[in-house]
Design a protein around this ligand. Structure first.
Ligand code: GLV
Ligand code: GLV
Length: 319
């Protein structure tokens, strides 16, 4: 039996590529860079299955280019890059990669939280500039983390994993989600509160909602105005959950102490003012970027595709 045809949009870690080439016949050679639209359409034409990433916008045109397509495995937990209605109406199954990237993304969220609170990136830049004159009583004073209130918007898997880590720093957690969810841990350490109350009380506010029409610009100019001027915003979810222009205004006007960002509204572009603000730490969308996580995400894509092609239910079906 010939191997089933698979389109892979971008070069994945080597162990994943090895597993893929043992099981599938690739319709084109993936590169590190995102495919051009014409190459994406060409790659889909012969494919019975595809692995795509968050940089590929999959709409009706792409799906129509692939008459034999049965399943798209999105190499991400978020799937706002895929037109789900278009997939549903064509009977194409869509899967994602939940769970395997939860802890890595929660870790990176905390890395950003510490970086903004204790000016880690700023201090590193300062040292590399070679002008340090030695210890000073008032140099680069940052904000406390221990005991401060952590606000979380969206209590899915990643939100919960971020909240669990707060216990080690004796931080009360206030979270908002559409409805209260069971949260592990001691009573009253992690409580649901209305959206406005989380905004008003958080010393650190971390975003963990998926990007949907409802969460687009959840952090609007008005929402940002309800935050404390001493508070920090952390975003490892999707850029468009925040109104980036309004965030720049809040930071520039001193209505917010700082921001730690991993995601942007128009990746790979970011608002140029963000690069000029020392109280902002910017990372290049690294939430799930550990080797073991990225390998597990790839294996999960392969398992989902194999399940569908063998007539079994997909393990992580979105549509
Ligand atoms: C990455 O941003 C993901 O959704 O997995
Ligand atoms: C992601 O897996 C989430 O549910 O937050």
């Amino acid at each position: 039996m010939p191997h089933p045809t698979l389109y892979v949009a971008r070069l994945l870690p080597a162990p994943v590529m090895t597993a893929i080439t043992e099981r599938f016949q690739l319709t084109s050679s993936p590169h590190v860079e995102p495919p051009r639209r014409t190459d994406l359409l060409d790659g889909f034409r012969q494919a019975t299955a595809a692995i795509c990433t968050l940089t590929e916008h999959l709409d009706a045109e792409v799906l129509d280019a692939a008459p034999s397509l049965r399943v798209v495995a999105n190499y991400a937990v978020g799937y706002n890059n895929i037109d789900l209605d278009a997939a549903r109406s064509r009977g194409v199954i869509v899967t994602n990669t939940p769970d395997v990237l939860t802890e890595a993304t929660a870790d990176l969220t905390w890395a950003l939280l510490f970086a903004v609170a204790r000016r880690v990136a700023e201090g590193d830049h300062f040292m590399r500039a070679g002008t340090w004159g030695g210890w000073e009583p008032t140099q680069m004073l940052g904000a406390d983390v221990f005991g401060k209130t952590l606000g979380i918007m969206g209590m899915g898997r990643i939100g919960r994993a971020v909240a669990e880590r707060a216990r080690g720093f004796t931080m009360p957690v206030l979270y908002w989600s559409r409805r209260p969810v069971p949260v592990p841990g001691p009573d009253n350490q992690c409580l649901w509160a209305p959206f406005e109350e989380v905004l008003a009380r958080a010393d650190f506010l971390s975003l963990h909602v998926p990007l949907t029409p409802e969460t687009h610009h959840l952090m609007s100019a008005g929402a940002l105005r309800q935050m404390r001027p001493t508070a920090f915003l952390i975003n490892t979810s999707r850029g468009s959950v925040v109104d980036e222009g309004a965030l720049v205004d809040a930071l520039t006007e001193g209505r917010l102490a700082g921001a730690g960002l991993d995601v942007y509204e128009r990746e790979p572009e970011l608002h140029p003012a963000l690069l000029r603000l020392p109280q902002v730490v910017v990372l290049p969308h690294l939430g799930s970027a550990t080797l073991s996580t990225r390998v597990r995400m790839g294996m999960m894509c392969i398992e989902n595709i194999q399940a569908v092609l063998e007539g079994r239910p997909a393990l992580n079906r979105v549509v």
